[in-house]
Design a protein around this ligand. Structure first.
Ligand code: S6P
Ligand code: ZN
Length: 189
């Protein structure tokens, strides 16, 4: 494994989101998102149809210690589970007061964010738009377009991922296909 205590560069294909020589490629299939969507029957049908890839995250194995930065490419496929657009699991950072930036390089969607005390926000993700998730804000990408939603993320290397609180709390809004575009629905679950 390369040392990441010396300078380096890496090639990224903005058309596909593929990071050359990635050390880790996290691949999440539909079945990894079981329980995240409101339409459980539609999710089971999607899994039965071949359990397609939902998203991939390309990373370098930079030490997860304070001082370093982690960066990644996230490629979220287009589609919906029932009427609800494909999305990432979403997470707080384990070190909750660490921020993250997302630069969208392709596609169309939202970064939906929330705090544990009930605030929420949704920032459009379009090619060339950077979205900032401040400390304490959980974040989830949602693809509302017909192409993959591709974004480049940077965050403190010691941040960690806290998925458990989102599994318990969910997000206050779901993004569904409406007659004239995406609609934000309140989530009572
Ligand atoms: C990491 C950053 C992204 C996500 C990726 C997948 O802090 O926010 O790289 O990991 O978009 O989302 P999730 O919620 O499954 O990790
Ligand atoms: Zn994050």
């Amino acid at each position: 494994m390369a040392s990441y205590d010396v300078p380096f560069g890496v090639a990224i294909d903005f058309a596909t989101g593929v990071m050359e020589d990635a050390d880790n490629v996290v691949v999440r299939h539909a079945s990894d998102l079981r329980g995240y969507y409101s339409d459980a029957d539609a999710m089971e049908a999607l899994i039965a149809s071949g359990d397609p890839v939902h998203y991939r995250v390309y990373e370098k194995a930079i030490p997860e210690t304070e001082g370093h930065l982690l960066f990644c490419m996230s490629v979220l496929e287009p589609g919906s589970v029932g009427e609800e657009f494909f999305m990432t699991k979403g997470h707080y950072h384990t070190v909750a007061d660490t921020a993250e930036t997302y630069l969208c390089v392709k596609g169309s969607g939202f970064l939906v964010m929330k705090t544990s005390d009930g605030q929420w926000a949704a920032e459009p993700m379009e090619a060339g738009r950077m979205v900032y998730a401040p400390p304490l804000w959980a974040h989830r990408s949602i693809n509302v377009g017909d192409d993959p939603l591709i974004s480049f993320c940077v965050y403190p290397a010691h941040a960690g991922h806290n998925y458990g609180d989102i599994e318990t709390e969910g997000f206050p809004k779901r993004v569904v296909r409406g007659p004239e575009g995406p609609i934000f629905l309140g989530n009572v679950a």
